[in-house]
Design a protein around this ligand. Structure first.
Ligand SMILES: [Zn+2]
Length: 240
């Protein structure tokens, strides 16, 4: 009987851990990118797609990604972290000069939301100091955002931006894995999540060129987030 009780407790514990793990997975992978009131895709019949890069600028990887985008004549959007901008202002100037768009990803990539407003302002100020342009799109670190925060961020004049295609490059699944994660899920009007900073991004650098070639072969055009909004037909999936 005693053995049975221990076994039952272990079963309940194991079941609880499994459910919690599943909840975290569902939140991260399924729910976060499709919160109402955010910009994560548009409905369009035209083959346009937006590549977005988070967590830079990074002195090791951002330049390599900019070189590839330049060679391929592709425009993208970079969600920069304010403190990284302060350390690499020339990379920001290069982004703007080469036609890319800059989004706001907070100042310290903090998941704590009490400082959200300050982080938005600090990052915007860093971007403005480096480039003379302000930020318009905000992507919350990790995609974590509540309905109240969405309203608060909108009140600051920002568009809360998530994604509809996750490359999962943050898991470092290999170059082939990153390319297929995007190519298999790409659709007209999609916003693709990639990273140029926040870790060792050599797989992403290698994947970007192949990804662009593959989507070009499928006659996709690459646009910034502002440009993507101009391709909406009818009602958008978001409520900005
Ligand atoms: Zn991030």
């Amino acid at each position: 009987m005693r053995v049975f009780v221990l076994s039952k407790r272990k079963t309940i514990l194991s079941f609880t851990i499994s459910i919690l793990t599943l909840c975290v997975y569902v939140w991260n992978v399924r729910i976060a990118p499709t919160i109402a009131g955010t910009y994560f895709m548009i409905h369009t019949s035209q083959k346009v797609i937006a590549l977005t890069f988070d967590d830079g600028p990074d002195s090791d990887f951002t330049e390599a990604i900019l070189d590839i985008l330049n060679q391929k004549h592709v425009k993208a959007t970079f969600f920069v972290i304010g403190k990284n901008v302060s350390q690499n202002p020339s990379l920001l100037r290069r982004m703007v000069t080469e036609g890319h768009e800059i989004g706001n990803h907070g100042y310290t990539h903090s998941y704590g939301q009490r400082t959200l407003t300050d982080e938005l302002k600090q990052t915007d100020q860093s971007v403005y100091s480096a480039t003379g342009t302000h930020t318009h799109f905000y992507r919350p670190p990790g995609g974590y955002v509540t309905k109240n925060q969405i309203e608060m961020i909108k009140d600051q004049g920002y568009v809360v931006t998530l994604w509809s295609v996750d490359s999962r490059d943050w898991r470092r699944p290999g170059v082939e894995g990153i390319v297929s994660n995007v190519a298999q899920k790409a659709f007209p009007g999609a916003i693709v999540l990639l990273h140029d900073g926040g870790g060792y991004r050599s797989q992403t650098v290698s994947a970007v060129e192949r990804l662009i070639d593959q989507l070009n072969a499928e006659v996709y055009r690459f646009v910034t987030l502002s440009e993507l909004q101009t391709f909406k037909d009818g009602m958008s999936a978001n409520s900005n």
